[in-house]
Design a protein around this ligand. Structure first.
Ligand SMILES: NC(=O)C1=CN([C@@H]2O[C@H](COP(=O)(O)OP(=O)(O)OC[C@H]3O[C@@H](n4cnc5c(N)ncnc54)[C@H](OP(=O)(O)O)[C@@H]3O)[C@@H](O)[C@H]2O)C=CC1
Ligand SMILES: O=C(O)[C@@H]1CCC=N1
Length: 268
């Protein structure tokens, strides 16, 4: 089985590396292609990839083609690969918003997987939601799932609306967590800690809280109550968040990403 990854940026490289480190593929069965010469030179140094700059040299060789370019590059890329793809190939797109029908129509092939990963895939802790077109067989589905799981875990969803929804939660979600971390680090520094100390305080607080959450069936609300003593410090912070409507604002932000994913689908 040969895999081609087109667009070797944050996510494309993450998938190429994840797949290459797994035992699913033989060495050199991962081809990568990018339009940046600089990037290709770097990739050439990584012995487990075959790096390409010309689509016609690698697209016909692939069984599965991962498309990991930005949505606004999709149309241009589709035009170039349409004459090169063959009906048996499976296209896995991780582009936000771009729908299965758009890809089917643009490439005139039927076996499409639309996936939404997230950046923690870089460290094997990713979450990828995915949906497939009917023409992807059960065996092919299993192969795809194994490939996606080389970067973490995956969930198969029943419709594309849930891919857009997961874009608003897990796809963009790491940035919301970093936003929160940034605010807490800024507060820590304003209180007198150095940047490095702030990093340790904040990072270990996140790790510890997530670990507690993962090791129990308790809701975040229940855990919040375990931290907060009546009339104490945590309650003062939680009251401030409530007064400022932070809960609603976070939900509003997640919906903004969800809605933007839907919009992207209409634009591309
Ligand atoms: N970053 C994230 O956390 C997530 C991203 N995604 C999706 O993944 C996709 C990629 O995002 P990300 O990895 O962040 O983007 P990057 O910009 O890091 O990577 C995209 C790469 O594709 C290259 N490229 C663009 N057009 C072509 C082309 N025609 N042929 C070959 N290579 C091309 C770009 O080159 P150049 O830089 O020169 O344009 C760049 O190297 C997006 O569609 C995004 O929606 C999904 C989930 C999470
Ligand atoms: O911001 C974006 O559009 C992409 C999709 C999810 C994360 N990054």
């Amino acid at each position: 089985m040969k895999i081609l990854v087109i667009g070797v940026g944050n996510m494309g490289l993450t998938y190429a590396e994840g797949m290459s480190k797994s035992k699913l593929l033989k060495k050199k069965n991962i081809m990568v292609l990018d339009k940046s010469d600089e990037k290709l030179e770097e990739l050439d140094q990584i012995s487990y990839f075959d790096a390409y700059s010309e689509l016609d040299e690698c697209v016909p060789e692939a069984d599965i083609i991962f498309i990991a370019v930005k949505p606004f590059h999709a149309e241009q890329l589709f035009e170039k690969i349409r004459p090169l793809v063959i009906p048996d190939q499976i296209v896995v797109s991780i582009m936000a918003g771009v729908t299965v029908d758009t890809i089917k129509n643009a490439l005139s092939i039927d076996k499409i997987v639309r996936a939404m990963p997230n950046l923690p895939a870089k460290v094997g802790e990713g979450l990828t939601s995915y949906v497939t077109s009917e023409q992807v067989s059960k065996i092919e589905l299993l192969t795809i799932e194994n490939l996606l799981n080389t970067t973490g875990t995956s969930i198969r969803v029943s419709n594309e609306n849930l891919i857009d929804a997961s874009t608003g939660i897990s796809g963009s979600g790491p940035a919301y967590v970093f936003y929160f971390m940034q605010s807490m680090m800024e507060a820590a520094q304003q209180m007198g800690f150095t940047r490095n100390e702030s990093k340790v305080l904040v990072s270990q607080t996140f790790t510890g809280a997530v670990e507690l959450f993962n090791q129990s069936d308790l809701s975040p609300n229940s855990w919040m109550k375990k931290v907060a003593s009546k009339g104490g410090t945590t309650q003062a912070a939680l009251d401030s968040m409530e007064d400022n409507n932070i809960n609603e604002l976070i939900k509003e932000a997640a919906f903004a990403a969800f809605n933007r994913a839907i919009e992207l689908g209409k634009e591309h």
